[in-house]
Design a protein around this ligand. Structure first.
Ligand code: CA
Length: 350
């Protein structure tokens, strides 16, 4: 095991750190008990985490805390600053109008938590993706009034993916505000999840990556980034494996997009890999293992790969040491742990 540097010449910023208000956890518990939300992924994930096991209780205590316990865990694991976001699936399992009003309350509450520890936290805004005008308004309010640094989108919303242009107002707003949208995992949509469930592969083992990588590709091939060329999306988990597929995606999509085989597939202005290199940033959330982190730095670029822990879902205090053993030099580590996150999330130096 590699020990972390006790006195690094850089700050460490963790960029995909989960938070939930008491109210959200209560609402999830109520939905699980009353089974009013039929989404099988939600039932699987939050059916367990809204339960009374020791693991679920410790997890929910940590995820709701924005004060002493979280700060101590950050100190113990060597994290100076956390980029906080409402945990998955956020408000996205509620009907769009309810989700809109909940997102306002939760963004206010997150901003209050950040204001108590302004040197340790920044945050991303929740929004209601199927209520596009309000989603754009809430992103703008969160950035301009609350000081949040972008938005969090937990992949599909009630089975809907945002490559349909009726939902693009929030992306238009993000581009205009010059803030990123973090495309965070969620359990696979109801039409996709069945083969994952029996063997418990629906969540972080594999289902999250399939669901979220699919969503990212749908955004790319829809032409979203031809419409909004400066839009920036963040992918966790080393890009949900997409960097591994760059060459094959280009080769196959290049052919398919000109074949007229599919009525909704058209040629793009650039190669698919170019969007993945110029419109996406990446984090190491949930992957405390150097080889894939270095691979993403190598094929995407060292200025687009950032550190994240994925607290408290994957709280591994020793992880920082493992990643500080990467042979990328002190300047490379500073870029990975600090500089890239400061630039993307506009985190000033104190
Ligand atoms: Ca996460």
């Amino acid at each position: 095991m590699n020990q972390k540097n006790p006195n690094p010449p850089y700050k460490r910023i963790a960029t995909e750190e989960a938070w939930a208000s008491d109210e959200l956890i209560r609402l999830y518990r109520k939905e699980i008990e009353e089974k009013t939300i039929g989404d099988p992924g939600f039932q699987s994930l939050w059916g367990f985490f809204s339960g009374d096991s020791e693991k679920a209780r410790a997890h929910n205590r940590r995820i709701q805390d924005l004060d002493d316990e979280r700060l101590k865990d950050m100190d113990d694991s060597g994290i100076d600053i956390a980029v906080l976001s409402l945990t998955s699936p956020g408000v996205q399992i509620f009907d769009p109008a309810t989700a809109s009003s909940l997102s306002e309350r939760f963004n206010d509450e997150l901003a209050e938590g950040i204001a108590r520890h302004p040197d340790r936290y920044v945050g991303l805004a929740a929004f209601s993706p199927l209520d596009p005008a309000n989603a754009a308004k809430e992103l703008e309010r969160s950035v301009k009034k609350l000081g949040l640094r972008g938005g969090i989108l937990n992949s599909h919303t009630l089975g809907t993916y945002l490559d349909d242009e009726q939902y693009w107002e929030v992306f238009e707003a993000a581009e205009a505000l010059e803030v990123p949208i973090y495309l965070h995992p969620q359990t696979p949509s109801a039409n996709m999840i069945e083969p994952f469930l029996k063997r418990g592969l629906d969540a972080a083992v594999y289902g999250f990556a399939c669901e979220t990588g699919l969503h990212a590709l749908r955004l790319i091939v829809s032409g979203l980034f031809d419409r909004f060329p400066k839009l920036q999306i963040v992918l966790g988990h080393c890009g949900e494996a997409l960097p591994y597929w760059l060459s094959r995606i280009d080769f196959m999509h290049g052919h398919i997009s000109v074949s007229k085989r599919y009525p909704h597939v058209h040629p793009l202005k650039r190669k698919a890999s170019e969007y993945l290199k110029e419109n996406f940033h990446y984090t190491s959330s949930g992957v405390g293992w150097a080889p894939p982190v270095m691979f993403v730095r190598d094929v995407i670029g060292p200025d687009r790969m950032m550190y994240a822990m994925d607290y408290p879902w994957q709280f591994v205090p020793s992880e920082v040491g493992e990643l500080e053993a990467m042979p990328i030099g002190e300047a490379g580590l500073k870029q990975f742990f600090e500089d890239n996150a400061r630039a993307l999330f506009k985190i000033g130096k104190s």
